[in-house]
Design a binder for this molecule. Sequence first.
Ligand SMILES: NC(=O)c1ccc[n+]([C@@H]2O[C@H](COP(=O)([O-])OP(=O)(O)OC[C@H]3O[C@@H](n4cnc5c(N)ncnc54)[C@H](O)[C@@H]3O)[C@@H](O)[C@H]2O)c1
Length: 378
Amino acid sequence: MTTRHAGCLDTVFLSPQDVARIVGRQGLVPTLQALAACIGEDFLRWDSFDKSARLASHSPEGVIELMPIADARRYAFKYVNGHPKNTALGLSTVMAFGVLADVATGLPLLISELTLTTALRTAATSAVAARALARPDSRVMALVGNGAQSEFQALAFHRLLGIDTLHLYDTDPRATAKLMRNLQADPDAAGLRLRAFGSTADAVRDADIVTTLTADKTAAAILTAGMLRPGTHVNAVGGDCPGKTELHADVLRAARVVVEYEPQTRIEGDLQQMAPDFAVTELWQVLAGEKAGREQAAQITVFDSVGFALEDFSALRYLHATAQALGIGGTIALIPRLGDPKDLFQLVRPQAMRQGGALRSGHPGHDAAPINTGITTT
Ligand SMILES: NC(=O)c1ccc[n+]([C@@H]2O[C@H](COP(=O)([O-])OP(=O)(O)OC[C@H]3O[C@@H](n4cnc5c(N)ncnc54)[C@H](O)[C@@H]3O)[C@@H](O)[C@H]2O)c1
C-alpha cells in the first residue's frame, strides 16, 4: 500500500464516479459477468464464511441495515437503507457504502460507494439464480417496478440469460418511460424488445420470467398464483424487509423456493409470510449440486431475494482488485500512522510529540498538524 497522506495509512476510496469509471473501462456487460462469476465462486465457498443475518433498524418510513461477513482473509460490511418514499424527496430509495478490511490486522483496505454497486451485484445475483432456476428456453421477462434497479436487471437478463423481450409495468408510468428511454439508447440493449403494459396481470401473462422490483413498505401481494403460467421463474427482489412483501403466499405455496441465507430470508423475504417449517433451499446448495434447482419444465420456481452480505463481499473484492489494476480511485486518510502505536496521545499533543520525537523520523509533515483527512483522487 502506498502512503499519500502524511500521518495516516491510506485506505482506497471509490466514489460513485470511480465505480462508474470502472464500469466504463470494463464495459457494463463484462462487469455484470465478472460480478456474477465472483458471486458464484463465493457462494461455492459457503462454509468459509462467518455469516449472520443483517442488523436492521426500522422506522416508519424505512430501514437502515448493517451487513457484515468475513472469511479467513477479508472482512466486509455494507451500510444500506431502504426508504420507498425517498424518491419524492429527490433521494434514492436505496443508498449504500461499504468497507473491505484485512482480517489479519483489521486494517480497512477499501471504502467504497455501494449504491450503484448494489444495483450491479443484485442484477448479477439474480442472473446467477435464474441460470439455475429458470427454464433455459426463457425469452420473455416481465419487469414489475421500473425504478433505479430496473435497467441493471433488464441488461443482466438480456445479455447473461438470453431474454429478448421485456414486458414492463410500474404504477408510475414515468418510471416505465424512463426505463424504455434508457434501454432504447443503450447499445447493450440492442435486440431487446420492450412493451409497456397497464397492469401487473397483463405484463406477466406471457412471461417466462417475472422480476418484481417494487418499493413500497407494505405487505403487498402484487403477484398472485393465478397470474403465473406453469414453468415461470419468479425473481422476487423488492420484498426485502419485515412488513414489505410482493408475492401472495399462494405463489410461494405453488413454487420451489430458493433463498440466499435462510435465517435472514425468514425475517425479511416474502418467506416472512410462511410457517417456520415451510421448506426452502439455499442458493449455494443448488449451485454446489447438493440440491436440485428446477426439477421440471412446468414447475414454478421463486428466487426470494433479499440481498445477502456475501454478494457485497464479492463486489467489494472485485472493485478493490479492479480499481488497483486500472489505477482508478483515490485514497482516504482514515487510520493514523503512529511512530509508536502505543502512543495515540501524540495525535492530540503535537508539541509533546515534537519534544518526545514520537513520530517516525523523516516522516513528512510531522511538525505541522500531522493528520490530513482529505481525499485525493487519481
Ligand atoms: N434483494 C436485493 O438484493 C435488493 C437490492 C436492491 C434493492 N432491493 C429492493 O428492490 C426494490 C426496488 O428498488 P429501487 O432502487 O429500484 O427502488 P425505486 O424506488 O427506484 O423503484 C421502485 C419502483 O417500484 C414502483 N412500484 C411501487 N409499487 C408498485 C406496485 N405495486 N406495482 C408496480 N410498481 C410499483 C415505484 O413506482 C418505483 O418506480 C426496493 O424495494 C428495494 O428495497 C432489493
